[in-house]
Design a protein around this ligand. Structure first.
Ligand SMILES: [Zn+2]
Length: 507
C-alpha cells in the first residue's frame, strides 16, 4: 500500500469543511510535495511533521511523498492538519493498517518532539464533522472538552503522535476528555451593586428589552462603565444556536474558558480606545482571528472613551455595525465572521474630562462640540438611547435605602418584554423593537393615537428632534410599553422615551 486518506476539517470563517488528506508514496528522488492550496503555515507543516515522525521513533519514508488536501478549491489555513498528514503518511508507508482511521476525523498540530498541541477552532471543526456524518474525532487533549460540547460525537484525545500510533498498532487506549467543570461559570457584576442612577438603570433596562444601542455621556467616575458592564447580566441567556455560534467564535480566537461548556451568557467585550482596527474587527496571518466585534457577537460591545477612538477605527466599525458581520480581506478571497452586537458607547462631554464636569471645564464651546461631532456618522447616528450620567452626590449615596434591584429581577422583566416584542413582530421577521423600521411604526396598525404622541410631535416641530430621532423615540416607547406589560405604549411611555432619547446635555 502506498496510498492513504485521512479525514480532517478546515475552517473558513466560522464554518468548517471536511478536508481529505491524501498521501501517496512513489519512486523517485526523496522529497515532500504538498498540494491543495497550502498557505505558509501548511508549508511549515512539512517540517513539523517530518521532525515529529522521526522524534516519535518512526522511520521517515525515503521516497517521493505527495500530500494532497482535498477539496483543492478550499483555502486552508492554520496548523490543525499536521496530525492527519502524519497519520496519512505513516499509513501510506505501510507503517499503520489502512483501515484503522476509517471514518475518523483527526485534528491537531504537531510539535517537533512529536507532542500534539492545541489548535484554535476545534469546536466549529467538530461541529462540521458531525454535520458531515462523521461522529468519531481524535483531538488534542487540551481541546477535548470543547470538542465534547458537540452532541452525538465520540471524542478521543491524544497528547502525542506516539500515543496515536500505539493506539492503532497495539490497541492502546486513547485519552478520555477531562470531565466538564462542574462549577458554574462565575456570575458577572450585578445591578444590585449600583446605588442610585435611576435614569441610567432605566436606560439600561430599556436597552436590554428592545435591543437598543446605548450612549452614556458623563465625566470620568460618573459610573458609565459600571452600568455598561452590567448590561449582559440582564440580557436573556443565549439559545442553543446562538450559544454554539458564540462558543465557536471564541474557540477560533483561542479564548474559550477551559471549563468545556457552551457560552450561555451574552459575551461582553470592552476594547481599549487605543486598540487597533485589526484588534476590533479581526485578522492576522494564517487562520484569521475574530476581533472584539465578533467576540461580542450576540452580546455587548462597550466602547469607552469613544471620542478618543481614531476616526479610521470608527470608520472600520461602521460597516460591521450595519450588517452584523465582519468581512476580512485575505490572501485568497475573504473571511467572514458574524458580529451582531449591542453597542454601548461612553464618552466624556469634553476633552479636558474634568471630573467635576462643567464647573472646572476650560474647553471652549466649539471645542466641546467638535469633540463629540466625530462620533456622529459612524456611531452616534445608530444609537437610540442617549443619556447623561451624573456622578452621585454624597447625600445620594448615604440616603440610599437598602440594596438596589438585582440583575435577576430586572432580567426577568426584560425576558417578558422581549417575548412580547418577538411575538408582536413575528410576521415582519424582527426579533426586537430596535430592528423595526420607522415607517412600520408610523403606519396602521402600529401607529399610536395622536393624543399619545402630542409631545413627541411638538418636539419634532420645534426642531428638538430629527425625523430619525422621531422614529427612535417610537421604538423606545414600544420597549418601555413592553416592560410595563402594555399592549401598546401610551402617552406616559412615549414621554419617557423622549427623555431617553434627549437625555444628553451636549446639545
Ligand atoms: Zn472641558
Amino acid at each position: 500500500m502506498s496510498y492513504a486518506r485521512i479525514m480532517c476539517v478546515g475552517l473558513l470563517g466560522v464554518t468548517g469543511h471536511v478536508v481529505e488528506v491524501e498521501a501517496d508514496l512513489s519512486q523517485g528522488l526523496p522529497a515532500v510535495v504538498l498540494t491543495g492550496l497550502p498557505d505558509t503555515s501548511l508549508n511549515e507543516a512539512r517540517d513539523r511533521v517530518r521532525a515529529a515522525v522521526v522524534n516519535s521513533g518512526e522511520s521517515w519514508p525515503n521516497r517521493r511523498i505527495t500530500v494532497n488536501l482535498q477539496p483543492a478549491a478550499l483555502p486552508k489555513q492554520g496548523s490543525a492538519f499536521d496530525l492527519a498528514i502524519a497519520a496519512a503518511l505513516l499509513t501510506s508507508a505501510g507503517e499503520l493498517p489502512t483501515d484503522a482511521l476509517d471514518g475518523v476525523v483527526v485534528l491537531g498540530e504537531l510539535g517537533l518532539d512529536g507532542a500534539v498541541r492545541a489548535v484554535r477552532g476545534v469546536l466549529p471543526m467538530v461541529a462540521a464533522a458531525a454535520r458531515a456524518g462523521l461522529t468519531r474525532v481524535i483531538v488534542p487533549l487540551a481541546n477535548a472538552r470543547e470538542a465534547g460540547v458537540v452532541p452525538g460525537v465520540t471524542v478521543h484525545a491524544v497528547d502525542s503522535l506516539h500515543r496515536l500510533v500505539a493506539h492503532i498498532r497495539d490497541a492502546e487506549a486513547l485519552l478520555d476528555p477531562p470531565p466538564a467543570d462542574p462549577a458554574p461559570a462565575a456570575a458577572g457584576p450585578d445591578l444590585a451593586d449600583v446605588a442610585g442612577q435611576e435614569l441610567g438603570r432605566f436606560g439600561l433596562e430599556v436597552a436590554a428589552a428592545g435591543g437598543h444601542h446605548l450612549a452614556l455621556f458623563g465625566a470620568p467616575g460618573a459610573g458609565k462603565t459600571m452600568l455598561a458592564e452590567r448590561l449582559p447580566s440582564i440580557l436573556p441567556e443565549l439559545d442553543d444556536e446562538a450559544a454554539l455560534e458564540v462558543t465557536a467564535l471564541h474557540s477560533i480566537a483561542g479564548v474559550l474558558p477551559p471549563d468545556g461548556r457552551l457560552v450561555r451568557r451574552p459575551p461582553y467585550q470592552a476594547p481599549h480606545h487605543t486598540a487597533s482596527a485589526a484588534a476590533l474587527v479581526g485578522g492576522g496571518s494564517g487562520l484569521a482571528r475574530p476581533g472584539a466585534l465578533s467576540l461580542a457577537h450576540r452580546g455587548v460591545l462597550f466602547l469607552d472613551e469613544a471620542a478618543e477612538i481614531p476616526s479610521a477605527t470608527l470608520q472600520a466599525l461602521r460597516q460591521p455595525l450595519e450588517t452584523g458581520r465582519v468581512v476580512l480581506a485575505r490572501a485568497r478571497g475573504t473571511t467572514e465572521f458574524p458580529a451582531r452586537v449591542q453597542l454601548v458607547m461612553a464618552a466624556n462631554p469634553c476633552p479636558c474630562a474634568s471630573p467635576a464636569g462643567d464647573q472646572h471645564c476650560t474647553c471652549a464651546p466649539a471645542v466641546r462640540r467638535r469633540y463629540l461631532a466625530k462620533l456622529s456618522g459612524p456611531l452616534l447616528d445608530r444609537i437610540d438611547i442617549r443619556l447623561t450620567i451624573a456622578p452621585l452626590s454624597a447625600a445620594q449615596l448615604t440616603t440610599a435605602t437598602g440594596p438596589a434591584t438585582s440583575s435577576a429581577q430586572v432580567g426577568a422583566r426584560v425576558l417578558a418584554a422581549r417575548a412580547a416584542a418577538t411575538a408582536r413582530w413575528a410576521e415582519g421577521g424582527w426579533r426586537t423593537n430596535a430592528e423595526v423600521p420607522g415607517p412600520v411604526l408610523r403606519r396602521a396598525p402600529w401607529r399610536l393615537p395622536v393624543t399619545d404622541t402630542r409631545d413627541l410631535r411638538a418636539s419634532l416641530d420645534r426642531g428638538l428632534l430629527s425625523a430619525r430621532g422621531f422614529d427612535r423615540v417610537l421604538r423606545l416607547a414600544w420597549s418601555i410599553g413592553d416592560l410595563d406589560g402594555r399592549e401598546r405604549p401610551a402617552r406616559a411611555e412615549v414621554n419617557e422615551a423622549i427623555q431617553l432619547r434627549m437625555g444628553e446635555s451636549h446639545g
